[in-house]
Design a protein around this ligand. Structure first.
Ligand code: ZN
Length: 469
């Protein structure tokens, strides 16, 4: 099933003293005055950046396996806070917490207000402290330039009158909830994390500046992007999806890195590595490898061998506002707007359109267009979703639709037939839709038509286990 959206093959201190120090050292207003280092248009206050970031961070903490190793976390937080203390346009409200996701992917992302997440694989792939500092400084750049809430502000302005927005942003309570009410999805993988190329250029520039101030060679940031893209192309898809490569990235960073440009004079020393970095890396390499269930990209190398049968033992996925059991030989992957539970080899590469799911369960949220006008009905909203799915699955056909009961909630079950991403095969999909607060929750059980019956018992067990929060 191709859901029509961009596919991701797998599923990202107290500053007042530091600021004073920065101003004394480099002259009042440096960085703040420099046009490239000014945050863009924003409807939110820095405090609201923190509030939104915290709300989203709670979701990340629930949805991703976090590394709990105190030694690594202490190192990453010490380094991160030292870097953040040198960031331009810092704000005392920002929290600057750094967490490590226990995944072998090479990615990093920043939520508004200073909640920064690094994949364990990114630390392991860094060849020096300066390179790791480069990634972290880049993420800090997104925070201080407020790219997430800048994008959200622009999106909001496009869909609601300013007066309404101002009244919403002035209320107390969950900010995400209020923004959802005006039609802006600030869930994970939403606009808060979609960085434009302009934002990337600015985060690179701020990152280079921070590195320079911290005594590292700013080239290390460019080096890291280059090395990981070359050495681990499979593991960096997510990184360059969250942080799209600006044209001439390396050249631009090199230009930022020149001392003349900063007017700071030549650097006295350039740190590259530290014993602490080497210790943290050694420590990581000594820990058990991340669970493959969370990280293994399951892109089928060929179509010849179907996935192994679903295990009769179940694991539990908990996140994204749901809890659901799934066969324990399947993987969890997080795509652009969905959580996907998928057997090994269940995602296939399709020429031109990219990866598509041929087997498994896809869980996503859908916001009906009509939701902004008030109440929406499940049947209409499901029809709206189907018409979207038809755009990328032109041969989609409804076989049967009936009301059903999902743990006491009314739901709609729609049996579909469409083309499988497997060449020459038809696909059977069981779409189950129900309300989840303001959204419609959509679950799609997917298998080639010829094998749907073999998967039916597993799909039924998964749907029966489903709990909504
Ligand atoms: Zn970025």
């Amino acid at each position: 099933m191709n859901d029509g959206r961009r596919r991701r093959p797998h599923a990202r201190l107290p500053a007042s003293m530091a600021l004073a120090h920065l101003f004394l050292t480099v002259g009042v207003g440096w960085g703040v005055d420099r046009p490239g280092f000014k945050p863009g248009f924003n409807l939110f206050s820095p405090q609201q950046d923190v509030q939104l970031g915290r709300e989203r961070a709670e979701e990340v903490d629930r949805s991703y396996p976090l590394l709990a190793d105190p030694q690594v976390l202490r190192y990453v937080n010490d380094l991160g806070r030292q870097l953040a203390s040198l960031a331009p346009s810092n704000n005392p409200a920002y929290v600057w917490t750094f967490k490590v996701i226990n995944s072998s992917d090479i990615n990093a992302f920043a939520l508004p207000g200073g909640y920064i997440y690094l994949d364990r694989g990114a630390i392991e792939a860094a060849e020096s402290e300066a390179q790791l500092a480069g990634v972290m400084a880049h993420e800090s750049g997104h925070v201080v330039m407020r790219h997430g809430t800048h994008e959200a502000s622009e999106a909001l302005l496009a869909q609601a009158p300013l007066a309404l927005l101002e009244s919403i942003l002035g209320r107390s309570g969950s900010l995400s909830g209020q923004l959802t009410a005006v039609g802006l999805d600030l869930g994970l993988n939403s606009i808060l994390l979609k960085n434009s190329r302009d934002a990337e250029i600015q985060a690179d520039a701020v990152g280079a500046y921070i590195l320079y101030r911290a005594g590292y060679d700013p080239h290390a940031m460019a080096e890291f992007f280059e090395i990981v893209a070359r050495k681990y192309p499979q593991k960096t898809v997510q990184f360059f999806s969250d942080h799209p490569n600006p044209e001439d990235r390396v050249k631009r960073i090199d230009a930022e890195a020149s001392a003349d440009h900063f007017s700071l004079g030549p650097p006295e020393r350039r740190k590259s590595d530290s014993p602490e970095f080497e210790d943290a890396k050694k420590r990581l390499l000594s820990l058990a490898a991340p669970s493959s269930a969370e990280t293994a990209p399951s892109v089928a190398a060929n179509f010849a061998s179907p996935p192994p049968p679903p295990s009769s033992r179940f694991a539990k996925f908990d996140g994204y506002g749901v809890s659901v059991a799934y066969p324990d030989n399947w993987h969890v992957q997080r795509n652009e707007d969905a959580v996907v539970l998928v057997p090994p080899g269940g995602i296939v590469e399709v020429p031109e359109t990219g990866a598509a799911q041929a087997y498994g369960l896809s869980i996503s949220r859908f916001q009906p267009q009509s939701s902004r006008q008030g109440n929406w009905g499940l049947v209409d909203a499901t029809e709206e979703l189907l018409s979207l799915l038809r755009a990328s699955n032109p041969n989609l056909r409804v076989i049967e639709q009936r009301a059903m009961n999902l743990k006491g909630r009314s739901a709609l079950s729609t049996l579909l037939e469409t083309d499988s991403p497997l060449p020459g095969q038809k696909e059977r999909d069981l779409l189950v839709t129900t309300r989840q607060s303001d959204f419609m929750l959509s679950l799609i059980c997917i298998a080639p038509q010829s094998q749907f019956d073999a998967y039916k018992a597993s799909f039924d067990a998964m749907l029966e286990s489903l709990e909504l929060r």
